[in-house]
Design a protein around this ligand. Structure first.
Ligand SMILES: Cc1cc2nc3c(=O)[nH]c(=O)nc-3n(C[C@H](O)[C@H](O)[C@H](O)COP(=O)(O)OP(=O)(O)OC[C@H]3O[C@@H](n4cnc5c(N)ncnc54)[C@H](O)[C@@H]3O)c2cc1C
Length: 447
């Protein structure tokens, strides 16, 4: 594998002892560079390889059904790892405590971590780093080009990162090796995972009355990909913005939990359609926009509040801060889809009922939250809350950036000035009406 995918977080000397891969963002076995790297190292040093997952009692407002999706996916990970002679252990609690205890108890020699640009994970790593004296390796197995390799600064927009991606893409689109049956077993006894007990450990809201439309796991992710490539890819540009057509890939839940790798998606899609141009179509979304989101969250500490938006955007929003809002809704009214706008309500209900709102409507949905709340700060907080709570793919850099784009013009440009929005791009009900059959959509998803 390319060495640039890995970086050493500290400088400690490698000793002998089992190696752990702390699986977190990329919950899959195949096509996972972090796992490959960990196994390669373990085999070279003739050591057992252990995979850990740290379960949090709550996480960024995720609810029970989202946890269920994740835990059911992890159950499948455990089953496959059993066949590969690799123990899978779920630890409960704060990673900086439980991982440290684990390292000490079992004389662990190295820890391999998958990369995430989000604050919470980076803080965990920092706290672990401050307390241990074994090497920590971080592997970006989520992006095709590692986030730290594609650019060393916060990019201004898609056009500034696109050419950087274009230059390096081919060299990073290498084939994945297979995971091997691990030759060195671990002799320690460890507790078998009790999945029902784990669910009881959670402190999350379980008021969801709707089941998700999606089933978790690598196999499911692969079959959704197959269906997309066979039936939808060629018509993607034509159909992607019509929420009645279901013309997008629906891969985001699988990409978010790492059940599928974006690199695998591209390797397969490339067999059907050339990557001659990264502008405008599917490749632009899954490569450029996705990697741009990680870039923003990695280099912008305020990725989830208005301090992270461009100066021109904050100026214009401040200028229109006192503009009279025609409607003001509370979080509860938004959450229960009780606005005057039937299209907005239907979009909210698509998210609540299925766990995934159509991408085109997400922009409209979020911009209306700006229009119908007292301040951009409140709008951003509410949008993040709802997005993280109900979207299966929420709690993701793409979500923070989608919201910052809609409310704060991040990665966008200034548009004609108008009430409340200032120069932030506006979207209207009538505009949506011209784009697709909103009556059909409203009928399908209204309460
Ligand atoms: C307000 C708002 C909130 C959003 N919240 C999230 C979120 O929480 N999680 C999330 O993954 N995406 C989010 N997006 C981006 C986008 O809407 C979803 O990724 C897309 O709708 C997922 O559906 P799909 O997999 O069928 O997309 P497809 O159109 O098939 O795209 C394939 C993949 O490309 C990536 N992608 C597509 N559009 C974008 C985009 N605009 N920015 C970054 N990556 C993109 C996603 O990984 C997606 O799965 C948000 C966008 C907005 C405007």
């Amino acid at each position: 594998m390319r060495k640039e995918r890995v970086r050493l977080v500290n400088n400690f000397k490698e000793e002998d002892g089992p190696i752990i891969y702390w699986m977190s963002r990329d919950q899959r076995i195949h096509d996972n560079w972090a796992l490959m790297f960990a196994q390669e190292k373990a085999i070279k040093r003739r050591q057992p390889l252990i995979i850990l997952f740290c379960l949090q009692q709550k996480f960024l407002n995720a609810t029970q059904r989202i946890y269920n999706f994740m835990l059911d996916g992890l159950k499948k990970v455990e089953r496959s790892l059993n066949k590969l002679n690799i123990p899978f252990i779920i630890l409960k609690g704060a990673p900086e405590k439980i991982i440290l205890d684990f390292i000490e108890s079992f004389k662990i020699s190295n820890i391999i971590i998958d990369f995430s640009p989000l604050r919470i994970k980076r803080e965990w790593i920092k706290r672990i780093h401050d307390q241990i004296q074994i090497p920590i390796f971080e592997v970006d197995t989520h992006n095709i080009i590692p986030c730290w390799e594609v650019s060393n600064k916060k990019e201004y927009a898609a056009y500034t990162i696109r050419s950087k991606i274009q230059k390096k893409l081919n060299q990073y689109l290498d084939q994945f090796p297979d995971v091997k049956k691990h030759p060195y077993g671990w002799n320690e006894s460890y507790e078998k995972i009790d999945w029902e007990k784990l669910k009881k450990y959670l402190e999350v809201s379980n008021n969801d009355v709707h089941d998700l439309r999606y089933n978790p796991g690598e196999t499911e992710g692969s079959s959704i990909l197959k269906q997309f490539l066979n039936e939808k890819l060629k018509l993607y540009n034509q159909n992607r913005n019509d929420p009645n057509l279901d013309g997008t890939s629906n891969l985001s839940p699988y990409l978010h939990f790492g059940h599928i790798s974006a690199q695998r998606v591209i390797l397969e899609a490339r067999k059907i359609m050339n990557i001659s141009n990264l502008k405008g179509g599917f490749y632009d979304e899954i490569i450029v926009r996705r990697e741009l989101s990680d870039n923003f969250c990695y280099y912008e500490p305020n990725y989830d509040n208005v301090n992270g938006i461009h100066d021109w955007a904050i100026e214009t929003l401040n200028f229109h801060r006192k503009d009279k809002r025609e409607y003001i809704y509370s979080l509860e009214e938004f959450e229960k889809a009780k606005t005057h706008d039937k299209l907005w309500n239907a979009a909210q209900m698509q998210m609540v009922k299925t766990g995934k709102m159509h991408g085109y409507l997400r922009m409209y949905w979020c911009k209306k939250i700006l229009e119908w709340t007292e301040t951009p700060e409140i709008a951003m907080k509410m949008a993040i809350f709802l997005n993280n709570k109900y979207e299966l793919d929420g709690r993701d850099p793409n979500g923070y950036v989608g919201i910052a784009w809609s409310i704060g013009g991040v990665h966008d440009r200034a548009w004609n000035e108008r009430k409340v929005f200032g120069k932030i791009r506006y979207m209207s009900y009538n505009g949506m009406k011209r784009k697709f059959n909103i009556t059909q959509y409203i009928e399908k998803y209204s309460i």
